[in-house]
Design a protein around this ligand. Structure first.
Ligand SMILES: *[C@@H]1O[C@H](CO)[C@@H](O)[C@H](O)[C@H]1NC(C)=O
Ligand SMILES: *[C@@H]1O[C@H](CO)[C@@H](O)[C@H](O)[C@H]1NC(C)=O
Ligand SMILES: *[C@@H]1O[C@H](CO)[C@@H](O)[C@H](O)[C@H]1NC(C)=O
Length: 384
């Protein structure tokens, strides 16, 4: 080995040594004590030895990245401040310490898929830089406090699959959220005014009630996805609703809607609409066929009467069509059964005549004629 190589190796070694003892990364004391409190609020018997939290050993400094054994995961830092809490799915049982609010540089909290319970600490809402809050699949309970509007930087909020109750605060609308998921909770009451930057709204499987209120959706010019299935919403689905310009996917299935107004769109990106399992009466809205890129449509298990307009069978973009479980009558348009048709779905459990059982669309049989006669006023029109 030459002297110069030895010198190079020695200096590289010294540089590495200097880096590894870099004193500037010593975590801010108040961040360290917040991390200690967060760990202490978790039942130690639920911290498996292989987990991130098991590696949180405060004999080392949390934000120094040179440990082999300690603080292996569960947090990230920028300089001497903690910026992310991202727990693994280890099944931690406990509460979220209110002292989390001392980590004022936090950008991300993701403690999803664990067993945190109790209320969401309101101190959390004072975090000025928090952009992502993911508490999905835990057991948080209580209401969503109106203080949530203090989260001035929040973009993505997911508290789905918890046990939240009460109604949604009106202050939600002031948040800069683009994604909101509160699905699978026990939320009640009406849909409040919504944040205007929303791209995705998901509040499925709760007990929301009332109409679809126009003021709640006003100014939501970027809204692409609406998931409000499995609630107790009622009234008529109003004409403006599906006309919202950015909408791509709408799921209003399994509610108590009784009517639907569909206007012809001037321009629409709507791809998928599910309004199955409601109580909608009237004719199959022919204007739905005027949505230029509509590919998937379900109105199954409602109380629709009358014929299926032939335009639906001629619509090239339509790939999935579920109209089963209604009282649709007459002959189904024959284009559905041509070799060129690529529509799948179901037209079964209706009052259709001559639905060819060679087509998978007709596999489910039609209603008994007695039920159809009753549905059409007992005039015997459906007799074959
Ligand atoms: C923390 O680390 C020190 C030094 O490696 C070790 O002696 C101690 O047992 C550790 N504590 C826990 C709770 O693992
Ligand atoms: C939702 O609320 C109802 C009645 O208020 C209660 O019986 C039910 O257990 C709650 N469900 C959950 C998941 O909290
Ligand atoms: C279809 O849309 C047009 C134009 O928006 C509207 O005037 C008409 O009433 C709609 N038809 C039905 C049956 O809703």
């Amino acid at each position: 080995m030459t002297t110069s190589t030895t010198t190079t190796i020695t200096s590289v070694f010294i540089i590495l040594l200097l880096l590894s003892t870099d004193a500037t990364t010593t975590t801010l004391d108040s961040d360290v004590s917040a991390l200690k409190a967060i760990k202490a609020a978790i039942d130690p018997t639920t911290i498996p030895s292989y987990s991130c939290l098991a590696s949180w050993n405060f004999t080392s400094d949390p934000c120094s990245y040179h440990h082999v054994d300690h603080f292996l995961c569960g947090l990230s830092c920028s300089g001497n401040r903690v910026t992310q809490l991202t727990f693994d799915r280890a099944g931690y049982v406990g509460t979220l310490s209110p002292l989390v609010s001392k980590l004022t540089q936090l950008i991300t909290i993701d403690i999803s898929d664990n067993k945190f319970s109790g209320p969401i600490p309101t101190s959390l809402f004072s975090l000025p830089n928090l952009q992502t809050l993911n508490l999905r699949s835990n057991s948080f309970s209580g209401t969503i406090p109106s203080d949530i509007s203090n989260l001035k930087s929040i973009q993505a909020l997911d508290i789905s699959h918890n046990s939240l109750s009460g109604s949604l605060p009106n202050t939600l609308s002031s948040l800069p959220l683009t994604r909101l998921d509160l699905s699978f909770n026990n939320l009640t009451g009406p849909i409040p005014k919504l944040p205007k930057n929303l791209l995705e709204l998901a509040i499925k499987s709760n007990s929301l009630s009332g109409f679809l209120p126009k003021p709640s959706f006003n100014d939501l010019t970027q809204l692409e996805v609406v998931e409000l299935s499995d609630n107790s919403l009622t009234g008529t689905i109003p004409g403006w609703f599906l006309l919202q310009q950015s909408l791509q996917q709408v799921n209003l299935a399994n509610n108590g809607f009784t009517g639907i107004e569909i206007s012809k769109p001037i321009n629409s990106n709507l791809i998928a609409v599910d309004i199955g399992y409601n109580k909608i009466v009237g004719y199959l809205p022919v204007n739905l066929s005027a949505y230029p890129v509509l590919s998937s449509l379900s109105l199954r298990y409602n109380q629709l009467h009358g014929p299926i307009p032939p335009v639906f069978s001629q619509k090239a973009t339509l790939k999935r069509l579920f109209l089963d479980g209604n009282y649709l009558s007459g002959l189904p348009p024959k284009e559905f059964f041509s070799k060129k048709s690529s529509v799948s779905g179901s037209l079964g459990d209706n009052c259709l005549k001559n639905c060819p059982i060679s087509s998978q669309l007709c596999l489910k049989s039609q209603k008994p004629s007695s039920i159809c006669q009753q549905a059409y006023g007992g005039k015997g029109k459906q007799k074959s």
